[in-house]
Write a protein that binds this ligand. Structure first.
Ligand code: ADP
Length: 334
């Protein structure tokens, strides 16, 4: 597994529970979403009802699961966690929905990956708190209506645009989660260090933040690796120098690029003069599958403004040359 992958691995899952902010006040950044959600929840509490359905969109590791737990905590409600891919049949969803208690929060991660029949059942459940359970098959099948207690659905998706409009329209509130700024990530890191009982200096936190790709999950993961290094190779205190040396050992550079990202950029610059070069050619040059280059390395390189996808192929930006300390052809000093 890559250290800079933003999806959760087994180790993350175990430790993330301990690092999760428990209320909106502790949740770092995402000012707009936080402020809007605060209003939605306060209003619902004042009315003594359940909160509107909430859709959270954003990349993995930005805090969607955490926010759904905070919503439940702020409403004093239990939470049930499941995901689109786990719901294969409408019956799976019916079983979950019919076992919810009044006011419960249902967190549905990767809601865009639910099956079509389940999605249609969800429309009615969200709108009317009712589902039709189909009993039997063929011409003898009958739909038995089932009343549900009012509940709050919190859906999460990487992009709201992936959702069919009828589903999107049934959410009362949509929050778009942005990548975090470096100062916000520093706050996340200081908070996690306190919880993990690790001593960290401000420049040490800044060093880790700069390599975390705007993502709290990655920041927390890098912090744990740096802590190991500080414990074994230094006196346990995370200074800027310790953090920098540790992350160099783990092959995460000053901007959060790992070995694969740098291999792609290096090939693009050194072998193809910065491009344009076709994806397949680039993939062969780094000895990786096309899909790996396209889906694993490129999105972050594009986001960072280091690589551009053009109709003629992949092109390096001036920032890519600068990042790898190379001189673009035609700019050679002499
Ligand atoms: P997602 O569901 O979007 O993939 P999670 O909610 O699981 O992301 O968050 C991943 C980890 O990052 C959690 O351990 C959580 O502690 C941390 N985290 C995410 N957002 C924040 C935040 N705003 N403040 C502090 N920690 C955060």
């Amino acid at each position: 597994a890559r250290l800079v992958d933003s999806s959760a691995d087994g180790e993350d899952q175990a430790i993330e529970a301990a690092l999760r902010p428990k209320d909106l006040g502790e949740f770092v950044g995402q000012e707009r979403v936080r402020e809007q959600l605060d209003l939605v929840l306060k209003a619902a509490r004042q009315r003594g009802g359940t909160a509107d359905h909430v859709l959270l969109s954003g990349a993995p590791g930005l805090g969607k699961t955490t926010l759904s737990m905070i919503i439940a905590a702020e409403m004093g409600a239990p939470i049930r966690i499941t995901s689109g891919p786990a719901i294969q049949h409408a019956g799976d969803l019916a079983a979950i929905l019919s076992s919810l208690t009044e006011g419960e929060v249902l967190f549905l991660d990767e809601i865009h990956r639910m099956s079509r029949p389940a999605e249609e059942m969800l429309y009615m459940a969200m709108e009317d708190f009712r589902v039709d359970v189909i009993v039997g098959k063929g011409p003898g099948a009958t739909a038995i209506p089932l009343e549900l207690p009012p509940f709050t659905l919190v859906g999460a998706t990487t992009r709201a645009g992936l959702l069919p409009p009828p589903l999107r329209d049934r959410f009362g509130f949509t929050g778009h989660m942005e990548f975090y700024t470096a100062p916000e990530l520093e706050r996340v890191i200081h908070r996690s260090a306190r919880l993990l009982d690790v001593e960290i200096e401000a420049p040490g936190a800044a060093e880790i933040a700069g390599r975390s790709r705007g993502t709290p999950r990655i920041a927390n993961r890098l912090l744990r690796r740096v802590r190991d290094y500080a414990q074994v190779k230094a006196d346990g205190v995370i200074t800027s120098e310790v953090a920098g040396r540790a992350l160099d050992v783990y092959d995460v550079d000053g901007r959060g690029l790992d070995r694969l990202d740098r291999a792609v950029l290096t090939a693009l610059l050194k072998l193809f003069g910065g491009g344009p070069v076709g994806l397949s050619t680039l993939a062969v040059a780094v000895g990786e599958e096309r899909e790996t280059v396209e889906e694993v390395a490129e999105p972050f390189l594009v986001r960072e403004g280091l690589l551009a996808r053009t109709p003629r192929g992949r092109v390096a930006t001036p920032a890519a040359w600068a990042h790898l300390g190379l001189t673009p052809p035609g700019h050679g000093g002499a």
